[in-house]
Ligand binder design. Structure first.
Ligand code: SF4
Length: 412
């Protein structure tokens, strides 16, 4: 086995593995030799502690550096959640409201377009559009939004509609998933968020979502989208009633889909936000209060290792973890900070206090504080701008006032 570089200093494999257990060393060496890790191997990596865990983090950082170099990417985008009305009753969800409930919202197509135009003028190249499954949503609503945005902003990339929304829209339209997706693609759909995956394990998923969208249906919809040329992200929601064996199965499922389609652009671990989640509030003794810091580190690092050669980009969600933890994960396998977002509402509705936006200038600062080179990318990971030290960066205020809070205070 060759020597390699971790954090720019020459370290030999023997250095990293000097105090590592034989079992974990073998698994990590298998990964470095491009061998497929079994779900049992993956679970073992999730359970590492002490020196074994340190070896996992270092190998993840090595693989990140091998694939992404010193670059860390982000996208300037805006989140548009067009309605929070939803009767699906997912137990973890703090976002959904009844139609007559205080704070219930449903944006018209014109309002969605206006938000997209504002985003474009603030430099966004992407709008990320998702919403609840409003019972009165016309079956044409999804295509109407796409057509209306593309009419005024033909170059805006529209990253929209989770597999749950595709399931709902196809059902309402009495169309197959493939026909429904193909129509959306023709109307301007650029790519899809791979949300609503939660945990792709039948038993756990049934408890979380009442099995409204089964793991099999999620896989079928995502696979169909990829086969039609609609790429997507891949996600996991962890830190509730789940365990490492479920994470291992989940990663293996994503890997299998990727082998078949090549359609995933990135993997985004989403740690469960418990504060205002009914799942937690109704069962505080049975449901965990989100992932621990140890689990968060291992989730990102193990994902990098398991998905190496399959999915090149591991994204951290700053809305779930905050800017400081997101920055720290840049040395544990992560190479992407996600979007500037402008309006974040889903994590906020579940009690997250990490704000609605991290501006372009702040993204650059965070990345530089990790001694990495900031890159602004488009949705499909094409480089739009590499930031050199001398560049002046648009320092505009966030779209929504923060009332004095500063997500970058940890850098002071
Ligand atoms: S997670 Fe989505 S589908 Fe489930 S209740 Fe919340 S808004 Fe509805």
């Amino acid at each position: 086995m060759k020597d390699f570089q971790v954090n720019c200093s020459s370290i030999t494999v023997e250095d990293i593995f000097s105090d590592t257990s034989v079992d974990i060393r073998l698994i990590l060496e298998n990964c470095l030799n491009d061998r497929y890790l079994s779900t049992m191997d993956i679970e073992k990596l999730f359970l590492t502690t002490g020196k074994d865990k340190q070896a996992v983090l270092k190998i993840a950082d090595f693989l990140r550096n091998k694939v992404n170099g010193n670059h860390v990417t982000f996208v300037v985008n805006r989140n548009i959640n067009f309605t929070n009305v939803c009767y699906m009753g997912c137990k973890f969800c703090g976002f959904a409201k009844r139609a007559n409930q205080l704070g219930a919202e449903w944006l018209s197509t014109d309002q969605v377009v206006k938000r997209a135009e504002e985003a474009w003028h603030r430099g966004a190249t992407e709008v990320c559009i998702q919403g609840g499954l409003h019972p009165k949503l016309p079956s044409t609503y999804y295509r109407d939004i796409l057509i209306a945005i593309k009419k005024v902003l033909p170059k805006m990339h529209i990253h929209a509609f989770s597999p749950f929304e595709i399931w709902y829209g196809a059902k309402k339209s009495r169309m197959s998933y493939a026909d429904f997706l193909e129509d959306l693609k023709d109307c301007g759909l650029g790519s899809m968020p791979g949300t609503a995956a939660e945990i792709l394990d039948t038993k756990i998923r049934k408890k979380l979502t009442k099995n409204k969208l089964s793991a099999e249906q999620w896989v079928e919809i995502i696979t169909t989208a990829h086969q039609l040329g609609i790429s997507s992200t891949a996600t996991i929601m962890y830190g509730h009633i789940d365990a490492p064996k479920h994470w291992a199965i989940h990663l293996d499922t994503l890997r299998r889909i990727q082998v078949k389609t090549g359609g995933f652009t990135e993997f985004v671990p989403l740690s469960f936000v418990h504060y205002d989640s009914p799942l937690y509030l109704e069962n505080p003794s049975l449901v965990r209060a989100g992932a621990t810091d140890n689990e968060i580190e291992l989730m990102h690092a193990v994902a990098r290792i398991v998905l190496h050669g399959f999915i090149d980009n591991i994204q951290v969600s700053w809305t779930k973890l905050g800017a400081e933890k997101a920055r720290n994960l840049l040395s544990m396998g992560v190479n992407d900070l996600g979007g500037t977002l402008m309006n974040e509402s889903i994590s906020r509705a579940a009690g997250s206090k990490n704000g609605q936006e991290i501006t372009e200038a702040e993204m650059v600062k965070i990345i530089r504080s990790a001694r990495k080179t900031p890159i602004r990318r488009d949705t499909l990971y094409r480089t739009l701008k590499t930031y050199n030290q001398e560049d002046t960066i648009d320092n505009s205020s966030p779209l929504v006032s923060r009332n004095g809070s500063n997500p970058l205070s940890f850098l002071n």
